[in-house]
Design a protein around this ligand. Structure first.
Ligand code: FAD
Ligand code: DHB
Length: 389
């Protein structure tokens, strides 16, 4: 088989890139290790920046998002001294959109189906070959048969545990990493959200976040030690701990119910360089991971796709190979912006094991600045709603 761009991974990055390329008349093949149902069932991100929303519109799959996405013009931060709101609209004239990653992937799959996309699920043992030459190719197995795809370029959209990044020789790779000493226990429940806007809570017992997907579906998170496992957290224990960490009036009036999904995610900051190796380009979680605080993961994947789409369009449609050189520097600038912001949000909101009284006072001072300084709110709001592309 032959295609112009082989895309490894059928998550949000891979599907969005494939959809944009196909609309520009460039052929793609997507190889996904899991089944479609598995990909669609993964509960992950929930907040989209304007840039990500615009990308979905450009890809021709923004209709349901426009109808069902909920604009949020601010968010709340809860501290030991009470709760305050950062007004994104007032500070930077922007808003974010609450719309789940599951909905984004569903819309992308629908658009890809309508466009006649070639997507192979349960593609196993994917391997990348001849990346440094002008004729790269991909091998994989499906239903016990071996297959080969010849292509011009390969987009590595296969997430943190994929093979694309590993296909760059280890001695040529630099990895920048911070692993945080805690995780997030997340619960999805068919209940009305606790508040109209998100609440990020700094509490002596640990961080908590009250988020949502729609008016009848809530998403909550609490900071937990990495040694905890999901089985150790009954629904009752989760609600009890969450309520302790949220403002008392919110906790009192909030609706609780059975968890329809419960999982623990570790927190990590990670960037791998280079983003380009010959004809291979790393995109999204394959190249970087942010801790979830601040909801940047999916949004960064969208901006990577934007830069790579422009680079590939230039190379393929205008025969401008120099366009490819622009991908890594443009993407990395924004990646490090989101790295800094999510690291900062994580550091001001969580309890770190062994946190000293000094560390504690600095954290309180950071939150006080955010509460009282307009300039601090402008910086926060600018980053939260999304740095420019
Ligand atoms: P992925 O979504 O990881 O997709 C990669 C795809 O590649 C997967 O479908 C995978 O099956 C496939 N794949 C992997 N290896 C191979 C292979 N060898 N061959 C073929 N296919 C392969 N972000 C937020 O903004 N907010 C959140 O609340 C949030 N919560 C998260 C919770 C968890 C548990 C995780 C893991 C991530 C979370 N994120 C969150 C991050 C966000 O979901 C990711 O940034 C986003 O999914 C990145 O999209 P992607 O397409 O680059 O990678
Ligand atoms: C969600 C996750 C986040 O990490 C965040 O900062 C905001 C919202 C969510 O899953 O809804």
């Amino acid at each position: 088989m032959r295609t112009q761009v082989a895309i490894i991974g059928g998550g949000p990055s891979g599907l969005l890139l494939s959809q944009l390329l196909m609309r520009a008349g460039i052929s793609t093949v997507v190889l996904e290790r899991q089944t479609r149902d598995y990909v669609l069932g993964r509960i992950r991100a929930g907040v989209l920046e304007r840039g990500a929303v615009e990308m979905l519109h450009r890809a021709g799959c923004g209709a349901r998002l426009a109808r069902e996405g909920i604009a949020h013009e601010g968010c709340n931060l809860s501290t030991v001294n009470g709760m305050f709101r950062v007004d994104f609209q007032a500070r930077v004239g922007e808003a974010v959109t609450v719309y789940g990653q599951t909905e984004v992937t569903q819309d992308l799959y629908a658009a890809q189906d309508a466009a006649g996309a070639v997507i192979f699920h349960e593609a196993l043992n994917v391997a990348l070959h001849d990346l440094e030459g002008s004729a790269p190719w991909v091998s994989y197995e499906k239903d016990g048969q071996s297959h080969r795809i010849d292509c011009d370029y390969i987009a590595g959209c296969d997430g943190f545990h994929g093979i694309s990044r590993q296909s760059i020789p280890a001695e040529k790779r630099t990895e920048y990493e911070r692993v945080y000493p805690f995780g997030w226990l997340g619960v999805l429940s068919r209940t009305a959200p606790a508040a109209e806007e998100l609440i990020y809570a700094n509490h002596p017992r640990g961080f908590a976040l009250a988020s949502m997907r729609n008016p009848t579906l809530s998403r909550y998170y609490i900071q937990v030690p990495l040694s905890d496992n999901v089985e150790g957290w009954s629904d009752h224990a989760f609600w009890d701990e969450l309520k302790r960490r949220l403002p008392a009036d919110v906790a009192e009036s909030m609706e609780t119910g059975p968890a329809i999904e419960k999982s623990i995610a570790p927190l990590r900051s990670f960037v791998a360089e280079p983003l380009r190796w010959g004809r291979l380009f790393l995109v999204g979680d394959a190249a970087h991971i942010v801790p979830p605080t601040g909801a940047k993961g999916l949004n960064l994947a969208a901006s990577d796709v934007h830069y790579l789409f422009e680079a590939l369009q230039g190379a393929i449609l205008e025969r401008d190979d120099a366009a490819l050189d622009q991908y890594a520097p443009r993407a990395l600038k924004r990646i490090w912006g989101a790295m800094r912001f999510s690291w900062w949000m994580t550091s001001i909101l969580h309890r770190f094991p062994g946190q000293s009284d000094f560390d504690q006072k600095i954290q309180e001072s950071e939150l006080l600045q955010l509460e009282t300084l307009e300039s601090a709110q402008v910086t926060m709001a600018r980053n939260y709603t999304g740095l420019p592309y």
